[in-house]
Structure formats: C-alpha cells, structure tokens
Design a protein around this ligand. Structure first.
Ligand SMILES: [Zn+2]
Length: 194
C-alpha cells in the first residue's frame, strides 16, 4: 500500500511538472539604459525612466497566470549589455522585448519601430513576435526592420527591440508620457504576448 501511494505521489509531481512546463510562458521585458546611462533625454524626460515605468505597468497589469513577466531591472540600475544578455539567456525566456524610445531633429518624425535580426538563432520566432506586436499596435504607425544589433544577435531566444516612439514628436510624447497613452502601449504589448 505504501508503495502504491508513493508511486501515485510521484506520478502527481510528474504531471504537475509537465503542465507547468507546457503552460507557463516566461516573458522578459528588457528595460533599457539605467543608472548613469539615461538614454534619450528631451526636456526633463528620460528614456530610462519611461522604459522602467512602462515595463513596471506591463508586469502589474498582466492578469494571465500562465505568463510570468520578468524585468531586466526594476530600479534605476545600470547593467552592461553583456550582463543583460547573460541574465536574459539564463532565464530561457519564451520571448524578450527590449523597450526604448527615440528622438529626432525632425519634430515631425513619429511612430514605432520594431527591430529583429536574421542573425538571431530563433529568427523565425523573433519575426513572429514582431508581427504580433505590429498587429496589436494596429492603430499606430509601426515599421518592422531588420538590424543586427548586438543584443539581438547574442540573446539566444526570440527577441525584438521596440522603439516605442519619438520624444521629440508631440503626438508620440503624449502617448509615452500620459496615463492614457501609456495604458494603450501596455495593453497592446500584453495583447501581443498572451
Ligand atoms: Zn535606447
């Protein structure tokens, strides 16, 4: 009798493990810049703060219990590119989204840009991620581009860099800094990764 219950116990553990590994998705949000590296600064607005704010909201508003969201930084901390890559690869994520914002001398330049690389070793899945992001931001101007950035080439999992908009453009700035705009961005990203 003891033997049977032991066996059942083991079977239950195996089943639970099987289910968690099938259903649970790990999504890494790479929060760009940090510490002495503020990224783009326009007026009083800093890229490192906007990225952290939006990433924190993505984690907070995720209601899907099968999706675990992990941020590469949760405070104003600087990580080298290699530290970021090493931390991300250790997590073996299903997908990685690296958040940035842009600026341009031309104040009319606006819109979102999504970058993926053919040199990423899961390039097809990276393109799929880019397409999901593109579709979930359907009411914005979005371009998907190929770029061999160091991060995209060295993360071994599906990854896209998302430039969320231009802080130098009035409309984009409103989107990235207002509560309503940020909620739109966060909702769209959550829709793309569910
Ligand atoms: Zn950046």
């Amino acid at each position: 009798m003891k033997k049977i219950s032991k066996f059942i116990g083991l079977a239950c553990v195996t089943i639970t493990l099987a289910f968690t590994s099938i259903d649970n998705k790990i999504i890494v949000i790479d929060v760009s810049h940090g510490g002495h590296d503020s990224g783009i600064c326009v007026d009083q607005l800093k890229e490192k703060e906007i990225a952290l704010h939006i990433a924190t909201k993505i984690k907070e508003l995720n209601k899907n219990e099968n999706v675990e969201i992990i941020l590469t930084r949760e405070s104003d901390k600087f990580l080298t590119l290699n530290e970021r890559i090493e931390n991300i690869n250790k997590l073996k994520p299903d997908v990685v989204i690296s958040l940035h914002v842009n600026s341009n001398e031309n104040k009319n330049k606006n819109g979102m840009e999504i970058f993926v690389s053919d040199k990423n070793n899961q390039k097809e899945k990276s393109k799929e991620l880019a397409l999901n992001l593109f579709n979930s931001f359907d009411d914005h101007q979005v371009e998907v581009k190929n770029a061999d950035y160091y991060l995209l080439k060295n993360v071994n999992y599906p990854i896209a860099i998302v430039e969320l908009g231009y802080l130098t453009n009035g409309k984009d700035r409103q989107l990235l800094t207002s509560k309503i705009g940020q909620l739109q961005v966060v909702t769209s990203i959550l829709k793309a990764i569910k």
